[in-house]
Design a binder for this molecule. Sequence first.
Ligand SMILES: [Zn+2]
Length: 365
Amino acid sequence: MGVLHTPHGKVKTPGFVPVATRGALKGMSFEEGKELGADIFMINTFHFYCRREHETVARKGGLHNFLNIDTPLMTDSGGFQVFSLGAGWEQSTGKILKRKEKEESKEKKKRVKIGEDSVLFKSPFDGSKVEITPESSVKAQENLGADIIFAFDECTSPLASYEYQKKSLQKTHRWAERSLKAHTSEKQAMMGIVQGGRFEDLRKESAETIGKFPFFGFGVGGSFGDSYGDSKENMYSLLGLVVDTLPSEKPRHFLGIGEPEDIVESVKRGVDLFDCVLPTRFARHGTVLTREGRLNIKSSRYKDDDRFLEKGCGCKTCVNYKRSYLHHLAKRKEIYAVMLLMHHNLFYIFRLMEDLREKIEKGEL
Ligand SMILES: [Zn+2]
């Protein structure tokens, strides 16, 4: 187990970072998040950037003042959201392929223009023209004032070709240099991002190049999968390679990963931090993380199930609420259902992180 020291306090590692996209967790207060075990929260720069709200936040003295919290915070650079808006949307895919998307994807009109200097796109919020450069991403992140920030990168699609990935990677490296140059705040630590898609030599090249830059730590971004099925195995082996190539004394953050089994496999390979919307998104869809796998509380099989949510879980939801009642709330789309399920899902993830830290302490991992 390790500890990251930030101007706003300590972060235990390996640790999970809940995502508060627009400055709020969906269905939970920061206080509750902290009680459950969160040491640090992630805020998405992109959502503040598109409406220039980072300037408003700067006038309010930064995120800590604006949100009135003294917890460590991190912001991402916007690269991932640009991918979601562009290639991710065109090819109907996410970071990890979940089905045979290659065949299913249809050509769509390009919504994002990725150049050497910047990315250009129409804001998904109000249709206005938005440009992000490494410099403007860093400036926005300095305005937001989180403790840990990220260099601007191009997050590529899992379907991108070797040639595209190679070119993109070199651009991401140039953008990393530009991000470092633009970074002036001494109170903020910056992480560089390793890309390279599913290709071993590109991942190694990226880890070697980014690893030599004077970043505080490193994010592992982008997609790893090639086709359905081998996606995760490939991800674990490439992740191992990346972690082994990066300087061992610096922290490593796996961006956008939150499946319990992925967390365990990544911690075994030396990852320190994870951020993901998964516990929240699952809660909104009625999906509950349990030690025996997932269950969906909306399924009709829980209509007359009067057992408490997960046996042996000590969280507020599991101690007080029966499956039949939670099923009813979730089916009727009550806000309270999301709150109760999110409480359990985050409790589950933080218990997992604590177990992992304990196992590391005891030398059992
Ligand atoms: Zn529970």
